[in-house]
Design a protein around this ligand. Structure first.
Ligand SMILES: *Cc1c(COP(=O)(O)O)cnc(C)c1O
Length: 400
């Protein structure tokens, strides 16, 4: 990058001699959305049609795309992943005092969706390898009040879903997959979000495929479809009315305004149609980091992400675990000073003020606390230039 100065003839005589060029510090953002080039045309189509409300052709096309890509029988586009989790919590039927088992190394919405219903999020520890919920600790946390399990697929790397589904079946618990980070990732050939009774995606600006804000609910249990549709339509059977199945629509259930506008759906379709290319670009960069840090792992300066053999991931996050929290914090500071947007990630929810009020823990969360304190995320976005990435790699080597 150069510091371009205006051409001399544009500068009046009154301007003193040009200042010496400032040293340019390269700024590398932590993340940024990558456009496919189709978004603007689709959004314009909606504007010109004058039909901005939800439920039009772009919503249907997004849902059809997601169904075809994942094999999920019914996908409902929603205003956010948070809202898809809230719909799941309503579908689970949990009420005050019921318990829902989940990891604490997650975004607040995983817990909040159930706390909103008066249920108690029960946090259990993570596995040290994938940083996902430790499936071997689930059974010990089950009580007569347990109603559901919410696995979170961290970084688009799957939880051990076979084990989790077997426990859920034996104890008659609902499984809601928080696959907010899991688009285009799979477990034993099944798309993330299609294994539990429901699953969720996020299209928040920071995810792999974005719409600013937005989400999707994947409904894998056909018995939940009609109720989920009513909940998304403010608790009315408006959808049946639009399909001509009833002659007027009315209030039939609890619900809220979870239907996204056609503007959001149009933008999202432009992204979804490029989702595979966006994912491939991210995977290439993810693998570049991974190869570059192999020797630092061998010399125990850091630990790289672990992807179990039966998982296909989507390069949502490239993180490393440093030897200690102090080393992580020092790296964050040094990278920040070098203009590199590195970041830590979830602070375990049991330590948050609302976590203390609305949730409880079952067993020790030692692994969660240890790994979250040592975790460092590096910049990664689909069109990140290789030389920016090389710069990050170089700085990481200097820290080792
Ligand atoms: C991003 C994220 C969410 C929330 O998604 P929104 O679309 O912003 O509501 C929930 N859970 C996890 C694990 C996430 O990463």
């Amino acid at each position: 990058m150069t510091n371009e100065m205006p051409s001399t003839d544009a500068v009046s005589d009154a301007v003193p001699s040009e200042p010496a060029p400032m040293p340019v510090t390269r700024k590398i953002p932590f993340t940024k959305p990558t456009l496919t080039g189709k978004e603007a045309a689709y959004v314009n189509e909606v504007i010109e049609s004058g039909k901005l409300t939800g439920g039009g052709r772009f919503l249907k096309d997004c849902e059809a795309w997601l169904q075809a890509q994942t094999g999920c029988p019914r996908v409902l586009l929603t205003t956010s992943c948070t809202h898809a989790l809230e719909i799941s919590a309503l579908l689970s039927g949990v009420g005050p005092g019921d318990e829902v088992i989940m990891p604490s190394f997650t975004f607040v919405s995983t817990a909040n969706a159930f706390a909103l219903r008066g249920a108690v999020p029960v946090f259990i520890d993570n596995r040290a390898d994938t940083l996902n919920i430790d499936e071997t600790k689930i059974e010990a946390a089950i009580t007569p009040r347990t109603k559901a399990i919410v696995p979170v697929h961290y970084a688009g790397i799957s939880c051990d879903m076979d084990a989790i589904m077997a426990i859920a079946k034996a104890h008659k618990l609902m499984v809601v997959e928080d696959s907010a980070q899991g688009l285009c990732a799979s477990y034993k050939g099944k798309a993330l979000g299609t294994i539990g009774a429901t699953g969720t995606f996020s299209f928040h600006e920071t995810k792999n495929v974005v719409a600013g804000e937005g989400g999707a609910l994947m409904i894998n249990d056909p018995e939940l479809v009609e109720r989920a549709q009513n909940i998304r339509e403010k608790g009315t059977n408006r959808r049946q009315f639009l399909l001509g199945q009833v002659d007027k629509y009315t209030w039939v259930d609890v619900g809220s305004a979870f239907l996204p506008s056609e503007l959001m759906a149009a933008f999202l379709l432009g992204q979804l149609e490029g989702a595979e290319t966006l994912t491939a670009s991210r995977l290439r960069l993810w693998n570049r980091y991974h190869d570059a840090f192999a020797d630092l792992e061998a010399s125990e300066h850091l630990r790289r992400p672990i992807v179990p053999e039966d998982c296909v991931h989507n390069a949502h996050i490239y993180y490393v675990l440093l030897p200690s929290r102090a080393a992580r914090d020092a790296a964050l500071k040094a990278l920040g000073e070098a203009g590199i947007g590195a970041s830590f990630h979830f602070v375990p929810l049991e330590s948050a003020p609302a976590g203390q009020k609305y949730s409880r823990t079952a067993g020790s969360l030692e692994t969660t606390e240890n790994t979250s304190g040592r975790l460092l995320r590096l910049p990664l976005y689909a069109d990140m230039p290789d030389d920016d990435q090389d710069h990050v790699i170089e700085r990481m080597r200097q820290l080792a």
